[in-house]
Design a protein around this ligand. Structure first.
Ligand SMILES: *[C@@H]1O[C@H](CO)[C@@H](O)[C@H](O)[C@H]1NC(C)=O
Ligand SMILES: *[C@@H]1O[C@H](CO)[C@@H](O)[C@H](O)[C@H]1NC(C)=O
Ligand SMILES: *[C@@H]1O[C@H](CO)[C@@H](O)[C@H](O)[C@H]1NC(C)=O
Ligand SMILES: *[C@@H]1O[C@H](CO)[C@@H](O)[C@H](O)[C@H]1NC(C)=O
Ligand SMILES: *[C@@H]1O[C@H](CO)[C@@H](O)[C@H](O)[C@H]1NC(C)=O
Ligand SMILES: *[C@@H]1O[C@H](CO)[C@@H](O)[C@H](O)[C@H]1NC(C)=O
Length: 349
C-alpha cells in the first residue's frame, strides 16, 4: 500500500469517503476471506484502488548491493537507468503519463524518498505525472567518487536519461534545496525550451550563489557532514541537519532522511558542493524571458536565505514568488495543501 497515513490525512472529503469504503471493503473481505468476493463488492472502488497504485506506478525492483551503490540491498518501486557515463540512476514515476510531467530533484544528503508525501497523494496523482530520481551520489543510485563523474555535463546527462526513459516532452523541473542547482547544469547543455518551467522549492539557483543563500546555521553544520574521523561529530551534525530541515518529522521519515545520509560516501559532499558549474545558460534563459520560474519559499526556512536566492536570479523576467507562511525547509511537509495548490495552479494542471 503506497498511501501513508499522513497523505491520507491531508486529502479532502471525497478521499475520506474512499478511505471509509476501503476499510469497509477490507473488513468484509477479511470476513469472507476471498479476493474475488472483495472485487465484486464495488468495481468502481476497485478501479480507484488499482489506479494509480499499481497500473500507473513503476514495478517494485530489487536493489542488489554493489560497490557503486555503496552496498545497498533493498526492494523499492522504481527502476535503474544507465546514464551516459555508465552511472546507474534509480528512478521512479507514478501517475498518468498523459498529464503534465514534473521531475523532482532532491537536495544534498537526501534521496528521492523525501517526496513520498507528494508521490502518495491522490490529489497530485490525478493531475500530474510524477517523476523522481536519486541523484548520483545519493540514495539507491551509484555513488562515483572520482572528479570526472562530477563535471556539470554528467548531472545534465542523468536528467536526460530520466527524460528519455519516461518519454517526457518538456517536463517541468522541481528542484529542492541544493538539488535545484541541477537546473543550471541542464540549461548549460540544452535550450530553455527543453523544459516547460523551473520550480525552485527553497532551491539554490547555482553553486556560485551558495555563500549568499546558505543560512549561518546550515553553514555551521555542513563541515560535520563531511567528518570522516570523529563519529560523534558526524552523527550529531546529521541529526542537526535533518532537524534544521524540519524540527518535527514523523519518525519513519526522519529515520529515512538519516538513512540517506548514511548510505553516502563522505567524499560526495566535497564533490557536490565544490564542483564547477556555469550559470550562464540558466540566467540567460530567465532574463531573456524564455523560461518561466516559480520560487517557493518556507517562511521559517532555517537552511536557505530566501532573499539571497532572489538576489541570485535578479532580472528573471517571468518569476512567481510564493512564500508559504510558517513553512520549514521541507516546505511541502509543512504546508502540503498550500504547496500542492501553488504548484498545480502555476503549471496549469
Ligand atoms: C553575493 O552577495 C553580494 C552582496 O549582495 C553580491 O555582491 C555578490 O555578487 C553575490 N555573489 C553571488 C555569487 O551571487
Ligand atoms: C568529536 O566531536 C565531538 C562532538 O562535536 C566533540 O565533543 C569531541 O571533542 C570530538 N572529539 C575529538 C577527538 O575531536
Ligand atoms: C570536506 O572535507 C575535505 C577534506 O577535509 C575538504 O577539503 C573540503 O573542503 C570539505 N568540504 C566542505 C564542503 O566542507
Ligand atoms: C575537495 O574538492 C576540491 C575541489 O574539487 C578538491 O581539490 C579536493 O581535493 C577535495 N578534497 C577532498 C579531501 O576530497
Ligand atoms: C559559460 O557558458 C557560456 C555560454 O553559455 C560561455 O560563453 C562561457 O564561456 C562559459 N563560461 C565558462 C567559464 O566556461
Ligand atoms: C509566465 O509564466 C507563466 C507560467 O509558465 C505563463 O502562464 C505565462 O504565460 C508567462 N507570462 C509571460 C508574459 O510569458
Amino acid at each position: 500500500m503506497f498511501f501513508s497515513l499522513k497523505s491520507l490525512s491531508i486529502t479532502m472529503a471525497f478521499l475520506r469517503l474512499v478511505v471509509a469504503n476501503i476499510q469497509d471493503v477490507q473488513t468484509r473481505a477479511a470476513a469472507d476471506n476471498t479476493q474475488e468476493r472483495r472485487i465484486s463488492y464495488d468495481p468502481d472502488l476497485q478501479q480507484q484502488l488499482t489506479f494509480p497504485l499499481f497500473e500507473l506506478a513503476d514495478p517494485v525492483t530489487t536493489i542488489n548491493p554493489t560497490d557503486a551503490n555503496f552496498g545497498i540491498s533493498a526492494v523499492a518501486p522504481g527502476r535503474f537507468l544507465t546514464s551516459a557515463d555508465g552511472t546507474k540512476i534509480f528512478t521512479e514515476a507514478r501517475g498518468d503519463p498523459s498529464n503534465p510531467a514534473i521531475v523532482f530533484i532532491h537536495g544534498y544528503g537526501h534521496g528521492a524518498m523525501v517526496f513520498d508525501d507528494i508521490f502518495n497523494d491522490p490529489l497530485w496523482l490525478n493531475r500530474v505525472y510524477l517523476v523522481r530520481y536519486d541523484t548520483r551520489g545519493h540514495g539507491r543510485s551509484d555513488k562515483p567518487t572520482n572528479a570526472a563523474a562530477w563535471v556539470s555535463q554528467r548531472l545534465a546527462e542523468d536528467f536526460d536519461a530520466v527524460v528519455q526513459s519516461y518519454n517526457l516532452i518538456r517536463p517541468f523541473v522541481l528542484g529542492w534545496s541544493l538539488g535545484a542547482v541541477q537546473i543550471a547544469d541542464i540549461l548549460s547543455f540544452h535550450p530553455p525550451s527543453y523544459i516547460s518551467g523551473a520550480i525552485y522549492d527553497a532551491g539554490v539557483p547555482y553553486l556560485a550563489s551558495l555563500p549568499n543563500v546558505t543560512s549561518p546555521a546550515a553553514s555551521a553544520v555542513i563541515p560535520g557532514l563531511n567528518e570522516t574521523t570523529n563519529v560523534t561529530e558526524f552523527q550529531s551534525s546529521y541529526i542537526d541537519f535533518i532537524n534544521l530541515c524540519h524540527p518535527a518529522l514523523e519518525w519513519d521519515f526522519y529515520l529515512g532522511c538519516l538513512g540517506d545520509g548514511i548510505v553516502q560516501p563522505r567524499a560526495i559532499l566535497n564533490l557536490s558542493f565544490s564542483r564547477t558549474q556555469n550559470s550562464t545558460g540558466l540566467l540567460q534563459a530567465g532574463t531573456s524571458g524564455a523560461l518561466s520560474a516559480l520560487a517557493i519559499f518556507g517562511g521559517d526556512d532555517r537552511i536557505v536565505l530566501n532573499q539571497g536566492i532572489l538576489d541570485a536570479i535578479a532580472g528573471w523576467q517571468n518569476l512567481t514568488v510564493v512564500t508559504l507562511p510558517d513553512a520549514e525547509h521541507f516546505t511541502w511537509i509543512s504546508r502540503p495543501v498550500l504547496f500542492r495548490a501553488t504548484v498545480l495552479n502555476w503549471i496549469g494542471a
